[in-house]
Design a protein around this ligand. Structure first.
Ligand SMILES: [Zn+2]
Length: 358
């Protein structure tokens, strides 16, 4: 059975899957990243994991994986297949795509940024399914973002697009590791809420999940901490939606697990702030911590779809329901071609702009 390898490399653990043509997970596995053993050992652990997955697929499905997709943290040059920098793994300019392809007998490999890859999955097969424009914002240790446009995710000119966590929402405010002050992630990440709640409660072990529970139970001091985070988040999100006009705003990460405790006040806070902007639908992420791995699978299938020249050859299993994938000129894509289309065709807009009144 035709399948691909999907691998999501995190700071502590790696998640992997073999994904079928219909997007189904045929096999799932996890391993420790083992970063305490150093950057070289992490690379070897990834290659070994990928090799084992290939062997498993060949044994179980009668053929080895046709392609592989890998999501990694840090700064990623997806076009060249290089993990340019990852502070938590100690990486600098690791040619991971070629290393993996070599280990996997030359199959095409796509390398992606973890958040953008997770966002790709949320946008296509998760909470944003069917949305032509979305913004995915995971609220975890920090805050990142993925800008979805017509079935792919915008990386920016230098791979930094979507870093909404470093939009300044409180000028002159709390110091951020990025060197700026008052960044959104210092107020609305799960870590920031944990810190604020630990301080308010005088309990160093109190965290964001405790805070959410206390808010739901009607604790006024928790409500104050929570509302500060919600207000900061709404300020950041309104900046983003003013620039991007997304149809769907997908909020994920640990803080989103608070459910309505977060989403009810957040929708209200965003609604109060917009004037002329169209309110996007604000929804919780649907894929949880499996998003990165599912997105890696999509990257791999995208590579195969781009390499297959005649678009009519649908066969038994076309790629997962995805009407929004832009047509990619196959001539620009070699066996290890870019994971993202070099120049997605601009869709023609049927709307007559002269009729739009302002
Ligand atoms: Zn910052």
């Amino acid at each position: 059975m035709r399948h691909v390898i999907a691998l999501d490399v995190g700071g502590t653990g790696m998640k992997a899957a073999l994904v079928g043509a219909d997007g189904g997970l045929l096999h799932q596995d996890r391993r420790a990243t083992g970063r305490e053993r150093g950057p070289e050992a992490v690379i070897e652990a990834i290659l070994e994991f990928a090799g084992d997955l290939r062997a498993h697929g060949e044994h179980r499905f009668g053929e080895p994986a046709a392609a592989a997709g890998v999501a990694v943290p840090g700064i990623v040059d997806a076009d060249r297949g290089i993990a340019a920098y990852a502070a938590n793994l100690g990486w600098r300019d690791v040619p991971l795509r070629d290393l993996l392809s070599d280990r996997l007998s030359g199959i095409p490999v796509a390398l992606g940024h973890d958040v953008r890859t997770g966002g790709l999955a949320e946008g296509r097969i998760g909470a944003g399914r069917g949305a032509d424009r979305f913004l995915f914002v995971p609220l975890g240790t920090g805050i990142a973002g993925a800008i979805g446009i017509d079935g792919s995710v915008e990386a920016g000119a230098h791979g930094f697009a979507g870093e909404i966590g470093h939009v300044v929402v409180r000028p002159g405010g709390t110091d951020c590791a990025c060197g700026q002050r008052g960044c959104l992630e210092r107020y609305a990440s799960a870590s920031a809420v944990s810190q604020a709640w630990a301080l308010a409660k005088g309990d160093p072990d109190a965290d964001a999940a405790d805070c959410a529970r206390a808010v739901a139970a009607g604790d006024p001091s928790a409500a104050a901490v929570w509302q500060d985070a919600v207000d900061a988040l709404a300020d950041g999100l309104v900046t983003a939606l003013t620039l991007l006009d997304p149809r769907t705003l997908i909020i994920g990460g640990g803080l989103a697990e608070a459910g309505d405790t977060l989403f009810v006040p957040l929708r209200e806070a965003v609604r109060r702030r917009v004037t002329f902007q169209k309110l996007p639908e604000i929804v919780p992420a649907a894929l949880g911590d499996g998003a990165g791995c599912l997105g890696a699978g999509l990257l791999a299938w995208d590579l195969l779809a781009a390499a297959a020249t005649p678009p009519a050859a649908g066969g038994s299993g076309a790629t997962p329901a995805d009407p929004a994938t832009p047509a990619t000129p196959a001539t620009h894509v070699g066996p290890n071609g870019p994971a993202t289309p070099a120049s997605p065709a601009t869709p023609t807009t049927p709307t007559d702009l002269s009729e739009v009144t302002t």
